[in-house]
Design a binder for this molecule. Sequence first.
Ligand SMILES: NCc1[nH]cc(CCC(=O)O)c1CC(=O)O
Ligand SMILES: [Zn+2]
Ligand SMILES: [Zn+2]
Length: 375
Amino acid sequence: MSFSNLVSDIALRDAHPDDRSSQISHARSQVTARSYTSTTATSVSISGDISSQLHAGYSHPLSRSWQAERQLTKEMLIFPLFITDNPNEETPIPSLPNQYRRGLNRLVPFLAPLVQKGLRSVILFGVPLHPSAKDALGTAADDPAGPVIQAIRLLRSRFPKLYIVADVCLCEYTSHGHCGILREDGTLDNAQSVDRVSDVALAYATAGAHCVAPSDMNDGRVRAIKLKLIEAGLAHRVLLMSYSAKFSGCLYGPFRDAAGSCPSFGDRKCYQLPPGGRGLARRAIQRDVAEGADIIMVKPASSYLDIIRDARELAKDMPVAAYQVSGEYAMIHAAAKAGVFDLKAMAFESTEGILRAGAGIVVSYFVPEFLDWLS
Ligand SMILES: NCc1[nH]cc(CCC(=O)O)c1CC(=O)O
Ligand SMILES: [Zn+2]
Ligand SMILES: [Zn+2]
């Protein structure tokens, strides 16, 4: 049977208008199936033809939606916020389109309409603008008058249903910009760093954060934080989301612009994971599960979908989160601006990939848009 006969054989009249082009590939798959059965010596089995028919399963927008194991919902989304120590600040971040650094006085007016639209959760990053706020120990990180602790209190009281996650790290507060306390030779002092990071986490939990999320990558911080939460009587209501598999690479640039957290020397390659290190990521995930994490996070997301799947399998009984980081967001914006694709379509496609890999929680700078798109 010729290819053109087959094409006319197909009921094009039943196709949805947007599905006409796929009829051609449909015809090709029938060619393959039929020529296979006709050249076999055994009796023609119809099962080959039946199993080759996939299009019926997704020929309608609703049936297409049934094909996903998970659909994106507003409950899955966590929105990152950059909070400065200058109460009236509202400054756009050039490398992060539509994102701003905001002071305390700007938070409630900004968030109120988003909460109205269904915003469920935010993750807070402190951005001390005054250089004097930074020192070798990151003292400002748990300053009770600092932006994060003040924001936790404010948001808890003004938006009682909003779930508050506090990112826990020292790099925004250290004079050298590294994620811990350094030895004289410039390497991280792990024991001191873990003690300091866990104190900061405890301060955020005490201030009312529903969740503390250590992003520092010091060894053993999950256990140290969990123990301090237990000791303080907070372990039953403060969730610990670990940035377990956090890879070093080029995708955090816009964030470091936003947070002013670029290391003043060196890089983070000795504590964040090497991009090829799948085995290390698996060990880090298993380690954090054993140390008492409640949620495992993988970061960045799109270049690490296999790691998200690993996390899904290694931490079977726990939620898995993925952080679509600043560089991923900036790339999508830049490509959309250059006409490569439609921004909304790509925001959905990238997020669907993250969910398909196994995440059930997505930290994303697209949250305000998703709240509109999902309404
Ligand atoms: N440790 C701080 C921290 N927490 C989250 C991010 C990155 C988030 C993003 O790029 O959107 C970073 C930056 C870094 O590790 O340099
Ligand atoms: Zn850090
Ligand atoms: Zn301490």
